[in-house]
Ligand binder design. Structure first.
Ligand SMILES: CC(C)(COP(=O)(O)OP(=O)(O)OC[C@H]1O[C@@H](n2cnc3c(N)ncnc32)[C@H](O)[C@@H]1OP(=O)(O)O)[C@@H](O)C(=O)NCCC(=O)NCCS
Length: 106
C-alpha cells in the first residue's frame, strides 16, 4: 500500500480560470463552473491530483492532470478515475487551506 498527501493554499487559486481549464477533467470543469467558491474546489482538486502522483510515485509532468478524473459517488464521496482504474481519495478544506490524501493498494 502507498499513500500520498498534499496541502495547498486556497488564495493561490482565486480567478485561475486558465489553470482550471488545464488541470480539470471535462466533468470537473462543469462542476467548477457551477460552484460559488471556485477557488476552494480547484484547490481541492489540485491537492488531490498532486497527492495521487505522490501515491503512485510519478513525478509531476508524467501524467496530465486533466486526465485524472475525480468523480462523486452516489453518497457524495469523491474517487479518482485514471487510466481505467479507480483509487480512493479524501479531500478537505477549511479557511485558507485544502488538503487531500490518496491511497493506492499495490
Ligand atoms: C462529507 C462531509 C463530512 C464534509 O465535511 P466538511 O467538514 O463540511 O467539509 P470538508 O471540507 O472537510 O470536506 C469537503 C469534501 O469532502 C468530500 N465529500 C463530500 N461528501 C462526502 C462524503 N459523503 N464522504 C466523504 N467525502 C465527502 C468532497 O470531496 C468535498 O470537497 P469538494 O466539494 O471540493 O469535492 C459533510 O459534507 C457530510 O457529512 N456530508 C453528509 C454526507 C451524507 O450524509 N451523505 C448522505 C448520502 S446522500
Amino acid at each position: 500500500m502507498a499513500v500520498g498527501i498534499d496541502l495547498v493554499y486556497i488564495p493561490r487559486f482565486v480567478g485561475k480560470e486558465k489553470l482550471a481549464a488545464r488541470i480539470l477533467s471535462p466533468n470537473e470543469l462543469e462542476i467548477y463552473n457551477m460552484r460559488p467558491n471556485k477557488e476552494e474546489f480547484l484547490a481541492g482538486r489540485f491537492a488531490a491530483k498532486e497527492a495521487f502522483l505522490k501515491a503512485i510515485k510519478e513525478g509531476i509532468g508524467r501524467i496530465a492532470f486533466h486526465k485524472i478524473d475525480i468523480v462523486y459517488k452516489r453518497d457524495g464521496r469523491p474517487e479518482i478515475h485514471h487510466d481505467g482504474k479507480v483509487y480512493s481519495v479524501s479531500i478537505s478544506h477549511d479557511g485558507d487551506y485544502a488538503v487531500a490524501i490518496v491511497e493506492i493498494k499495490e
